[in-house]
Design a protein around this ligand. Structure first.
Ligand SMILES: CC(=O)SCCNC(=O)CCNC(=O)[C@H](O)C(C)(C)COP(=O)(O)OP(=O)(O)OC[C@H]1O[C@@H](n2cnc3c(N)ncnc32)[C@H](O)[C@@H]1OP(=O)(O)O
Ligand SMILES: O=C([O-])CC(=O)C(=O)O
Length: 371
């Protein structure tokens, strides 16, 4: 006779591992990243600094930052065959599926794929971080039948990423907003995608497999895919007068409003959403489109009043992407690109202190049947 153990749907509140990487301190409204507050980091450092913080455990000095930037630049190029694979994908391929394919295919170029040492994982993570903007941007250009764009070594990591997407040299304020987007998306404790990567890693599978699984997880609209859905909703509403009736209609139809709610923050605003709300206001003041900002604020108020739900990061990140002229298809791939660093840190931590994930079930089906 099986004894029933407590089943917790969605593993809500369950502790899945011990970590030195990050922690959501909801009570104190702090996202702790290796001891630092993510929001304070996002206001004061650059995404490349967060790469060092997450992979090496400390914030870099100037020389260390320069060395990392040049390491990344050396790895910007993609093998010709990978570009050819991206070009061969049908044009209806979702950009997250193209990214998943690109990351998976890169595994074949590693000489030490099975090496799970800390150094090897770090090197692989850097190579992936360098190449992923190329996959994201050029798989999109191939999809819309535009020529590939070559990476530029004279630009910073974030400026090059944005340039490769839009084909325009970005302004300083655009780079600043994009770099901040990458930082706020870089790491977030134990979301579904990170958990998926740790589960895969626990079998001693390689980091490419773990990240491929994480891309698949992050594509879903209850997770990373929400940012695309938010922008589609805002564009469908068109004006600030229409956002409230649209949300009310969706709620009446029992639809979920993308960009609201969060398993961990529950009835509080995601601190990253607040930072992106400020970034959005700054961009709106520079570029115009106050209507978009007002629409978002009205949406936020309606959801608070009707459901007691607050925006998560995706709600305010979506219009920031939009004002940076980034195609909607790329919102979620950019989220994943930034998150590669956080997930890689988790892959390494799992490797260093591994035990296979293998939970049990409460069986509810029949017994004692015979063929
Ligand atoms: C960066 C990120 O990945 S953040 C997450 C991005 N995802 C989204 O924005 C998708 C929209 N949000 C959601 O679906 C949810 O809030 C989640 C999946 C993020 C978290 O959900 P959970 O903690 O599992 O809560 P759960 O799905 O159990 O919902 C609890 C209740 O709140 C409601 N609810 C939660 N979020 C929403 C929402 N966005 N719109 C409407 N209702 C919602 C549910 O319908 C449910 O109501 P019920 O009890 O009457 O059935
Ligand atoms: O933490 C989560 O569940 C989802 C999320 O906000 C993220 O991955 O950034």
């Amino acid at each position: 006779m099986q004894t029933e153990k407590q089943y917790i749907p969605g593993l809500e509140g369950v502790i899945a591992c011990e970590t030195n990487i990050s922690y959501l301190d909801v009570e104190n409204e702090e996202i702790v990243i290796r001891g630092y507050d993510l929001i304070e980091l996002a206001k004061n450092v650059k995404y490349v600094d967060i790469i060092t913080l997450l992979l090496d455990g400390y914030l870099p000095e100037n020389e260390q930052r320069k060395e990392l930037e040049s390491q990344l630049q050396k790895e910007y190029q993609l093998p010709e065959n990978i570009l050819s694979i991206l070009k061969l994908l049908p044009s209806k391929t979702h950009s997250m599926d193209a990214l998943r394919t690109g990351i998976s295919a890169l595994a074949g170029y590693e000489d030490d794929l099975e090496d799970r040492s800390q150094n090897s994982t770090r090197d692989k993570a850097i190579r992936l971080l360098a190449k992923v903007p190329n996959i994201v941007a050029n798989s999109y250009h191939a999809k819309v039948n535009q020529p590939f764009i070559e990476p530029r070594q004279d630009l910073s990591y974030s400026a090059n990423f944005l340039y490769m997407i839009t084909g325009k040299t970005p302004s300083e304020s655009e780079v600043e907003a994009f770099d901040q987007l990458l930082m706020v998306y870089s790491e977030h404790e134990m979301p579904n995608s990170t958990f998926a990567a740790r589960v895969i890693t626990s079998t001693q599978a390689d980091i490419y497999g773990a990240l491929t699984g994480a891309v698949a997880s992050l594509k879903g609209t209850l997770h990373g895919g929400a940012n695309e859905a938010v922008m589609k909703m805002l564009l469908e509403a068109e004006t600030k007068d229409k956002i409230e009736p649209m949300i009310l209609e969706k709620l009446a139809n029992k639809e979920r409003i993308m960009g609201f709610g969060h398993r961990v923050y529950m009835r509080k605003m995601d601190p990253r959403a607040l930072l992106m709300k400020e970034a959005l206001l700054k961009l709106v003041e520079e570029k115009g489109n106050r209507e978009l900002y007002d629409m978002c604020v009205i949406g936020e108020e309606v959801m608070k009043r009707e459901k007691g739900l607050y925006p998560n990061l995706d709600y305010y990140a979506a219009p920031v992407y939009y004002l940076l002229d980034i195609p909607i298809d790329l919102y979620t791939p950019i989220f994943l690109s930034s998150r590669i660093v956080g997930i890689s840190a988790h892959v390494d931590e799992q490797n260093q202190n591994n035990r296979l994930f293998r939970p049990r079930v409460n069986y509810l089906g029949p017994r004692n049947l015979h063929p």
